[in-house]
Design a protein around this ligand. Structure first.
Ligand SMILES: Nc1ncnc2c1ncn2[C@@H]1O[C@H](COP(=O)(O)OP(=O)(O)O)[C@@H](O)[C@H]1O
Ligand SMILES: CC(=O)N[C@@H](CCC(=O)OP(=O)(O)O)C(=O)O
Length: 315
């Protein structure tokens, strides 16, 4: 009997699947922290596709951990209550009244919805607040405007991460879904979700931090020029940071914290594109903006680079 040859479409699918092989091998068993921003969860279709991608990563042998935001959802709820949203240097000015709404929307609405969507596929997702089991401990953070410190209320800066409870969930085959609220002996704090995701990625020694947002990645000269920067070293990012504007500031600072803290790669990708996360993890071309530490990368590849040569020349 002669075996029938599959048509071209089936062969194309096989080629796409086999392209993922080196990435499956590289990331098998590795923890990947995914920051899911409020702007990338604006409709049911996107939220459903996001949950599918997370479950796909899980079945592919990675250990996904989700840290979610919900800024637009918090603002919408404050608006319904007749309360104004005020941001200073990209951070929400958080009065005690605002803090109650932040906590309610993040844990009672956004976290529940993500957990529910992932759990359509099996008993995987477990929701947690950064307050649980001392996951995130914070201190009060001040914003800096024109070199002056400005009081922005109950906004926190994470000073300690105890990832034990998250690690237990991962070992038990679960997908932790974490909101960026932090505790302290004085009370609770509202933490920017990008910052919380970076702190957790470092605490878990993650192989990657992926941030989903509502743009393709980091643009070189936003808003005048939307040319995408596809790869950037921590040194280049440090130089660029003072010229960035609000939304991207916490995001790029978070990439810097993660990579400086030992996470090999941090990525900003477009959460409006269904399954963009899978394109980032499993395809050769990648998507969005990737931040790497050039010295660490060179050491892993075992190849001499200009940096090492420069250092030798300077010695
Ligand atoms: N250089 C830049 N490149 C891309 N986007 C930028 C840049 N500077 C500012 N932004 C803004 O940052 C926004 C993303 O940040 P944010 O609104 O906080 O998203 P999220 O809810 O995903 O955390 C973009 O929609 C864009 O308007
Ligand atoms: C201090 C601070 O600004 N906290 C954010 C927390 C949510 C968040 O970061 O959500 P996105 O990722 O969707 O922007 C806020 O209150 O909006």
């Amino acid at each position: 009997m002669i075996a029938s040859i599959p048509d071209h479409r089936a062969q194309d699918k096989a080629a796409i699947l086999i392209e993922a092989l080196p990435w499956l091998s590289r990331f098998h068993g590795k923890t990947v922290v995914i920051k899911y921003g409020g702007n990338a969860m604006i409709n049911e279709e996107l939220r459903t596709r996001f949950a599918e991608s997370v479950v796909f990563l899980y079945y592919a042998g990675l250990r996904p951990v989700v840290v979610h935001g919900g800024g637009p959802q918090i603002s919408a709820h404050l608006d319904r209550l007749g309360l104004e949203s005020t941001f200073t240097a990209g951070l929400r000015v958080t009065t005690p009244e605002t803090m109650d709404v932040v906590r309610m929307v993040l844990m009672g609405q956004v976290n529940r919805e993500i957990v529910g969507l992932i759990n359509r596929h099996g008993p995987f997702a477990v929701g947690m607040s950064g307050e649980d089991a001392h996951l995130f401990t914070a201190e009060r953070k001040h914003a800096v405007v024109n070199g002056e410190q400005v009081d922005i209320g109950q906004v926190g800066e994470i000073v300690d991460v105890q990832p034990g409870a998250v690690q237990c969930l991962i070992s038990d085959g679960r997908i932790p879904v974490v909101s960026g609220i932090a505790r302290s002996d004085e009370g609770v704090y509202n933490v920017n979700a990008d910052t919380a995701a970076a702190a957790l990625a470092v605490g878990l020694d993650a192989a990657k931090l992926i941030m989903l947002t509502d743009v393709e990645g980091l643009y070189a000269d936003y808003p005048d020029n939307t040319e995408l920067i596809s790869r950037l070293t921590v040194g280049e990012l440090e130089e660029l940071l003072p010229r960035l504007s609000s939304g991207m500031v916490p995001k790029m600072e978070a990439c810097l914290t993660a990579v400086r803290g030992g996470v090999p790669q941090a990525h900003i990708i477009d959460g409006r594109v269904p399954h963009s996360m899978l394109l980032e993890v499993f395809t050769n071309q990648g998507v969005g903006t990737m931040v790497v530490d050039e010295i660490r990368e060179a050491a892993e590849l075992g190849a001499p680079t200009d940096i090492y040569q420069d250092q030798e020349e300077n010695q």
